[in-house]
Design a protein around this ligand. Sequence first.
Ligand code: C2O
Ligand code: CU
Length: 596
Amino acid sequence: MKSCAALVAYALATLASATCPPRVQRAQNRTFSYGTLKAETLPKFLKDNPLPGGTPWGADIDPKTVNPRVPPNTGVTRNYDFTISRGALAPDGYYKKSGILINGQFPGPTIEANWGDMIEVRVTNNITSPDEGTALHWHGLFQNGTAWYDGVPSVSQCPIAPGASFTYKFQAGVFGSSWYHSHYSAQAAGGLFGPLIVYGPSHVEYDEDIGPVMLADWFHKDYFAIVKNVMSNNSSLWANPSDNTLINGRMPYNCSQVTDGTPCGDAPFAKFRFETGKTYKLRLINAGAAGMQYFSIDGQTLQIVANDLTDIQPYNTTIVTLGVGQRSDVLFTPKAINGTKSIWMRTLQSGKFCQRASNPAGRAVILLDGAPDDTIPKTVAYPAPVDDGTCKNDPLELSVPYYEESLPEPSTTFQITVNTIVNASGNQLYTMNGSPFMANYNNPLLGLAYQKNVSYPTQWNTYNFGSNSSVRIVIWNNSSGPHPMHIHGHDMYLLYDGTERWDGTTIVNPLNPVRRDTHNLRPKGWMVMQYNLDNPGVWPFHCHIAWHLSMGMYVNLMESPEKIDAAAIPEVLRETCDAWNEYSKSHVVEQIDSGV
Ligand code: C2O
Ligand code: CU
């Protein structure tokens, strides 16, 4: 009989799947040291499960010819144990009474896996005073065949009730840089997020992987208070500017701005030490609630090599633009500027129409070679990007996926118009095709779809695309805000992005269009995307700005409901719904927003 490793190697060669008894391994919960001088660099892959060929994915493969969406089965499971609780937080020196932490940490622990591994995360909800439900979503992972672990309350599960636990089990079916976050109301804005890294074959050369560089706006008010305000009568869409801009959870606040006596003290900058002559990989992640980020390093050239979980033909830039939820892997070979060996890394929230930020300029310290630990840089920023009010991503033409895939013919085309309305109770809401989304926590859609019930209340915003092979969606943003649009369960091909109405035919790079999971829709702009229906389930498509999501800017894209027949569904749904139904019978669940 062949060994399991040999079977897997055979399966890799033939692209069949081998089933081995899972070799369960406990992954280390690294604490979040990224952005400190004691941070370790990341490995090229986790070395404890190499297959024949020396890498976890078999012989060294050429990413040009191997479909990154067809993972190997490594037979390895990475286990994580997360306990979520409230805790005081002062990442920028301003004392915030109530953040939401994972294992006492902010940002949350880094999840690491090799391409093809299984990831299991046991999540225990210890959120108290007041208590709240929760649910974690694994951004950018497709959940192929595991739609019930996608982490969206009211869609793929009931919220995890206070005091209860739930274990998510899914494959790291794609590779690159991503993150996870709460999908329950705007909890992510309270700190409930962390990086998720999947190691895979690399299409570029570099010396060191310095790991996640998380960029995030930061709000001193509790997220619940902000959501309440956002949802209230006549609240301006711009009423809640962020207070600070963090890099890897750090950026000293100017305490002289505190007027209400809240404790505020010194806080460190994030720091990175690099050697000139070496090439580094930085995994930029916009993990914020609302603010677009413009990332740069003074005087340096950055090379973008991946956008979201898609490797691209490298291109050079000085400023990397990231809407909320977007990621870019960049390579960087530091050079001293006029002999100075300490340089600012910056991330700027800017643009009249892109966001409101009281302190838009986040900074971190880069030390080159032997520059002393406490050096404060004096370098000068690149000019801020010209504010033309579009809040746009880089032109689609610039991003060319490394693994080529041409655009299939769509089997149907659908239009979605984004707008704002004031409802009967005077709340300002976002609509998609006239309807703001409202979740029903007690009745996950997936369970109803499993029971072949596919007609739902209007406010569930669910479109059933049935057995279509590929759906093209034309989106018209008739509102004055930008919207980083994110799809679950898929990548989208991006065909068009502009302020001119789409002419119905022009497609950027039809032979190999941009594929990614999040793209910024311009104010009063148009965006055309298309996705292939290869993953039966119910998949959210929404704006990733926490407040817009609260205001209902969310739809469900259903596909092949008749194929959602996994016998596991009723049982897995019971794991969260029994406890939640019990809890919601005896407690008032204060659902102040759309719920997601
Ligand atoms: Cu990053 Cu619906 O999520
Ligand atoms: Cu939005």
